[in-house]
Write a new protein. Structure first.
Length: 129
């Protein structure tokens, strides 16, 4: 019997700096954040998998007006990372300066990292690999 993956558990993995996605046992699709069923085949037999954290940058934007957690740090980049396992994650880009955008290129390899907000909460981030 497999435990149904929840968003709460997903968040707990992030707080523990141990990022996990869910994997569909029927077709192998990797999904994050978790949903009740596989977006690819509709399967409901899902399990947690640890992902490599390796991916490529597919899109990015600059955040000027930040959430309170990161107000002091704006402006900064937020991007979409295409993980090698096949799922896409939206997260902050670390070690890249919006005042020097020439260093940011679509398709550049990125590596999962974490950052802590003012509240002490841990968030996903990605830095150049
Ligand atoms: Zn599936």
């Amino acid at each position: 019997m497999s435990e149904k993956p929840t968003v709460e558990q997903y968040q707990k993995y992030i707080q523990d700096r141990d990022f996990h996605a869910i994997k569909c046992k029927s077709c192998g699709a990797v999904i994050a954040p978790p949903k009740g069923m596989c977006y690819s085949c509709g399967g409901r037999d899902l399990e947690w998998v640890k992902v490599s954290g390796n991916g490529k940058l597919v899109s990015f934007t600059v955040i000027h007006v930040a959430a309170e957690e990161f107000q002091d740090e704006a402006p900064y980049f937020v991007g979409i990372i295409d993980l090698e396992e096949g799922t896409r994650i939206t997260a902050r880009l670390l070690d890249l300066d919006p005042n020097d955008p020439s260093k940011v290129q679509l398709g550049m390899p990125m590596k999962l990292d974490y950052q802590t907000g003012k509240s002490g909460r841990v968030y996903l981030g990605f830095r150049p690999a």
